[in-house]
Write a protein that binds this ligand. Structure first.
Ligand SMILES: [Zn+2]
Length: 337
């Protein structure tokens, strides 16, 4: 599935609760990254205001909410127009990292460019690495070992065996959020109560998402899905929806190699012989093969659920982004209204 028309992705405008400064226009970050910065409300912050840098938008919205009035949050890759794997940080990005008290990364080699940037900093900022927090590790690169570009170019959007889409796991999302709150409280102890309130508000906001997942566990029992890409895997596992994606295709997709014609044919057969209840379709990475599979699903009356790697354009809430996808799935499984 060589992604010739990679990333016909809609650009993502992160609209944070507080003042948002989009740096793209002022040349602060490379064109297309759409770097955003939210401003703290110093007057309302009971402690020291912290500068926080988040590598990718999937976590940016979460950190903004957890930081509340006491953080200036810069999200480097806030646009879905750029593949996180291919992203090369600009000097402005590196500078943002160097001014940060806290850096939040996804890890698992998903945003290796950010980990590389932080590794060069002395003194180093505090770091929350999502993959480390939840215990899934991408390929380790020995300290100082150069990342041979072709190594990553080869993989393109591949994930080399580890599924780095941590934000699709309800458990991982909560673990990473808790780690961020703990770090913020350590760095600004006088604002610890404020962060505790923000964490509580975040958990309250998350509840409809958790409730929908709980309801889906019933609807998903004994049902299966097949996916054009592995982004949704952790959510499917959380609700007990069986992955019926033909193995050959799944391996090719996760290693970012073109699925063999036989793999595509096997996928189409699974869509027409009733062994797949739902097609999970990543609408941010289109291409001839995914479109062919979508057509086969529609011809066989297999419902298609669209998911995205990062929040779609204009969607600044993690919860509403995820919830709308879960409701689609609930309807597809016949659980919805
Ligand atoms: Zn991915």
């Amino acid at each position: 599935m060589r992604r010739l028309d990679l990333f016909r992705r809609p650009t993502l405008a992160a609209v944070a609760a507080t003042a948002t400064l989009t740096l793209a226009a002022c040349g602060g970050s490379s064109a297309g990254a759409g770097t955003t910065t939210t401003q703290a409300d110093e007057a309302d912050c009971p402690g020291e205001v912290l500068d926080v840098v988040v590598s990718v938008s999937q976590w940016g919205a979460v950190v903004e909410q957890l930081g509340g009035d006491c953080t200036n949050v810069t999200t480097v890759l806030a646009s879905s127009a750029v593949d996180p794997h291919d992203y090369e940080p600009t000097t402005a990005d590196i500078a943002a990292f160097s001014d940060a008290e806290l850096v939040v990364l996804n890890g698992a080699d998903y945003d290796h460019w950010a980990a590389d940037a932080v590794a060069t900093l002395d003194p180093a900022p505090a770091v929350v690495d999502g993959a480390e927090v939840v215990g899934v590790e991408g390929e380790e690169h020995a300290e100082g070992e150069e990342h041979a570009e072709e190594e990553h170019a080869e993989e393109e959007h591949g994930h080399g065996g580890v599924n780095p889409h941590l934000w699709y796991s309800p458990e991982y999302v909560q673990d990473v959020a808790a780690a961020v709150t703990a770090q913020l409280s350590e760095l600004s102890p006088d604002a610890a109560d404020h962060f505790a309130e923000q964490a509580e508000a975040w958990e309250t906001d998350l509840q409809p998402y958790l409730d929908e997942l709980a309801a889906l566990e019933t609807a998903a029992a004994g049902r299966s899905y097949a996916a054009t890409e592995s982004v949704f895997q952790y959510t499917a596992e959380a609700i007990g929806l069986t992955d019926a994606t033909p193995e050959g295709y799944r391996d090719a997709a996760s290693n970012e190699t073109d699925p063999a014609p036989g793999d595509v044919a096997a996928f189409e057969a699974a869509l027409t012989d009733g062994s797949v209840d739902v097609l999970v379709y990543n609408s941010q990475t289109e291409g001839s093969v995914p479109e062919q599979l979508r057509a086969a699903a529609e011809a066989a009356d297999v419902p298609v659920v669209e998911v995205t790697e990062s929040a779609p354009d204009g969607e600044s809430s993690f919860v509403s982004w995820q919830l709308s996808q879960l409701q689609q799935l609930s309807n597809a499984l016949g659980g919805g209204q």
